[in-house]
Design a protein around this ligand. Structure first.
Ligand code: NAD
Length: 733
């Protein structure tokens, strides 16, 4: 055995220690399940064993199931993958049920062996489902540990009995935040919530577990749901209180997910139907719904993008093979909104930061931003006073470029003006060493052109953060025409240090994310001009799973920024500029002083406190709503295709070289319908042929911006899919 170890002590306690070799965190594999099964059989069969402790040899208990295995389980389940999956999951239930019944007589419920889970730290997913099957969960008092069932975050739900057991342990209402939101909490809070049974000082964990095992009585081993007359806490669905929970939960889930996330619906069904039947039948119901989710293309696409591919990119799937380029000292130029955020995330990751601005006051203000974020973290109990001091001590705020000496990476975030950027590039290069990499955080200026101001264009690169820097997980790395491999590796290693997700794209107007989001905003604005009801536009966007409608999004990013970008784009494109109709609306809004949220006035109306109170009525006064409104699906398609066609063009143009980056970048960068797995996954679900047909219809009615790109046509003709042709790291360009 390699992943679980079995030991028996003289007092008759069998300790099963989970310790996957070569990993810092235990993750459940096929082999692991088989080994755990073997350990349990051995303990139950040995008359000298009085009870069992399941624990971990690491600082944490377990991070969950290896989702690669779930994907493999489906792919390898032969002719009838659903049946194969169901059988596999039922075997898992069999093992956990064996732990739960622990050899007791099914009639008298006597004679079982106590099994306790002793959790030293984090226990997530199946890392909590195994403990839930044990007779007691004892956790070490470790405030850094996170305990919970986060499956819903990647388009699944707890399918190894976690759903059924948690609902029966806490009641559907109390279990809802853990199941529906994937809420993870530290041990003491999980004890208060009733998930964990006991929290003890870390040093006493195993001693206390042993003490409990030795004192446990038969009655302590019988789960409430295995006792006669069990009643679900808070009431089952046919109980007046339970009834209200289910009606409310259904509405809440639909309101939040707009019905586009199959896992949320399936989870609710598993809970509701499971609550109506005995425990073992409920496990079968849970397994059937779990298989239903695993078989749903949306869930597999979400797992692929948000887990498998995201992790591959974070581990450097597209990193050139250059020696480690970890950053030790970073110089951040410009301490405004972006620079201050970049300084904060760098210092938090242990990197020394020199934060430069034109005046000491501005530089100090940038550092104060970090202090404010750390204070917020302290209020939430996430940051200690020492940590705050440590992070702040790493940031030197100054106006003195000489302080940049010794920096191995520069991230420039000064005004979006090529002249200012050129000046700071030259000033920096006069001070830093010959190996230093210079990165710009520009959002609109071509990297290749900015690199002209550098003496070392091969060491010049784009590292494009999204706002707010501390929250947004994506970083777009942009290779200029002359950018070398070391600069790319440096950027990737930096992004890894600050624990964000990178994509690497080639240089072109608006790079990747902004290139795709602008057409989405523009399509929304075009529809306003055509007389489509703004509420229809915004709601259609929500119904396809976009976090913000296009009009709300432009309010958030500000209408004057839109005007600025439109003017610059028009100047660059000349006669070929296609968005005059959009500008008509945008410029009018700006003239009216409706600059968006920051002005408390935009496409939406806001109250004095800045709260959005509804769509602005003046909009319909200027652009009257047409008597006949379009079909909802047409509006949805316009909003989705405006983005995904741009993503396909970015692939065709060689801006994107890896569709995994296209999908992950879309979800993390601009919130593209996460249920779909990203633009390429969505097109694969639709099928290239159907996509081309829909595009033809849209192009005939609304113009050539919807014409299917040649690549999509070719794929339709050959019956290809994006992941079939470009998947698993097959380079597109
Ligand atoms: P900002 O105006 O908030 O900050 C710019 C800072 O640079 C100011 O503090 C200014 O004093 C300082 N500065 C100007 N000239 C300087 C000089 N010569 N030397 C030192 N400091 C100087 O702007 P921002 O929103 O933080 O944007 C900065 C950069 O990041 C721009 O290139 C922008 O395109 C890009 N960007 C912005 C966003 C966003 O959402 N705001 C997102 C991605 C990228």
């Amino acid at each position: 055995m390699t992943e679980f170890h079995y030991a028996k002590d003289p007092d008759g306690i069998a300790t099963i220690t989970w310790d996957v070799p070569g990993k810092s965190m235990n993750v459940m594999s096929f082999e692991g399940l088989a080994e755990l099964d073997e350990c349990i059989d051995r303990a139950l069969a040995d008359a000298a064993v009085k009870g069992v402790i399941i624990t971990s040899g690491k600082k944490d208990f377990a991070g969950g199931m290896d989702l690669n295995i779930l994907a493999r389980m489906r792919d390898e389940a032969g002719e009838n993958p659903a049946q194969g999956l169901f059988d596999g999951i039922m075997r898992m239930h069999g093992l956990l049920r064996k732990i739960e019944r622990a050899g007791m007589d099914p009639k008298t419920l006597k004679g079982g062996k106590p099994v306790v889970a002793a959790l030293p730290g984090t226990a997530a997913g199946i890392g909590l489902e195994v403990p839930l099957a044990c007779h007691r969960i004892i956790a070490a008092d470790n405030p850094k540990a996170k305990i919970g069932l986060p499956e819903i975050m990647v388009g699944l739900f707890p399918g190894a009995g976690g759903t059924t057991r948690l609902v029966r342990k806490l009641g559907p209402m109390a279990a809802a935040p853990f199941l529906l939101e994937g809420k993870m909490q530290e041990p003491k809070k999980m004890k208060a919530a009733g998930v964990v049974d006991e929290v003890v000082p870390a040093g006493e964990l195993l001693a206390r577990a042993k003490e409990w095992v030795l004192s446990a009585k038969d009655a302590d081993l019988v789960k409430p749901w295995d006792q006669k007359g069990y009643k679900m806490p808070g009431g089952a669905p046919y109980h007046p209180a339970g009834y209200m929970t289910f009606v409310g939960a259904n509405a809440m889930v639909m309101g939040r997910t707009m019905g586009v996330y199959p896992a949320a619906k399936a989870l609710l069904s598993a809970v509701y139907e499971g609550a109506l039947v005995p425990f073992d039948a409920a496990l079968r119901v849970e397994a059937r719904w779990f298989v239903n989710v695993l078989m749903n293309p949306s869930s597999s696409a979400m797992i692929r993008s948000l887990f498998i591919n995201k992790e591959a990119l974070e581990k450097g799937a597209n990193r050139p093979s250059v020696p480690d380029q970890s950053v030790k000292k970073v110089g951040v130029l410009g301490a405004g909104m972006m620079g201050a955020g970049i300084a904060h995330v760098s210092a938090s990751a242990g990197i020394e930061v020199v934060l430069i601005d034109a005046t000491q006051e501005a530089a100090d203000r940038g550092k104060a931003h970090s202090e404010a974020l750390l204070d917020k973290g302290m209020k939430r109990g996430k940051v200690t006073a020492e940590k705050k001091e440590e992070v702040l001590s790493r940031i030197s705020a100054t106006t003195d470029y000489a302080a940049l000496e010794g920096c191995d990476l520069i991230v420039e975030a000064v005004f979006e003006d090529p002249k200012v950027k050129a000046e700071v590039t030259a000033r920096t290069e006069a001070v830093v060493g010959a190996d230093c990499i210079f990165a710009t955080n520009t959002s609109t200026l071509p990297i290749t052109e900015l690199a002209r101001a550098s003496k070392r264009p091969d060491q010049f690169i784009g590292i494009h953060f999204f706002s707010p820097v501390d929250k947004m997980m994506l970083v777009e790395i942009i290779r200029g025409a002359e950018t070398g491999d070391t600069a790319v590796a440096k950027a990737l290693d930096f992004v890894r240090q600050i624990r964000k997700t990178p994509i690497v794209v080639n240089d072109a107007r608006f790079f990747y994310a902004n290139r795709c989001i602008i057409p989405y905003i523009n399509e929304g604005i075009r529809m306003v001009r055509e007389g489509v009801a703004p509420a229809l536009i915004e709601n259609a966007a929500k119904l396809v799973g976009m976090p913000l409608g296009p009009l709300q999004l432009v309010d958030e990013t500000s209408i004057d920024l839109g005007v600025k970008i439109a003017k610059a784009t028009r100047a660059a494109m000349g006669d070929t500029y296609p968005d005059g109709e959009v500008d008509e609306v945008l410029f009018w809004m700006a003239d009216e002083g409706r600059l968006g949220r920051k002005a408390n006035a935009g496409f939406y109306a806001y109250d004095e406190a800045g709260k959005r109170i509804g769509l602005w009525e003046g909009l319909s006064a200027k652009y009257a709503e047409a008597a006949e409104q379009p079909d909802l699906s047409e509006v949805k398609h316009r909003l989705l295709f405006s983005q995904v066609l741009e993503a396909v063009r970015a692939l065709e143009d060689g801006v994107l070289t890896d569709i995994r980056e296209g999908d992950v970048g879309a979800i993390l960068g601009w919130g593209f319908a996460p249920w779909s797995g990203g633009p390429f996954s969505w097109l694969d679900m639709l099928g290239a042929e159907r996509a081309v047909n829909l595009c033809s219809g849209l192009a005939a009615k609304f113009g050539p911006r919807f014409a299917a790109p040649d690549l999509l046509r070719e794929m339709a003709a050959r019956g290809e899919s994006f992941y079939g042709r470009f998947g698993a790291g097959k380079k597109a360009a």
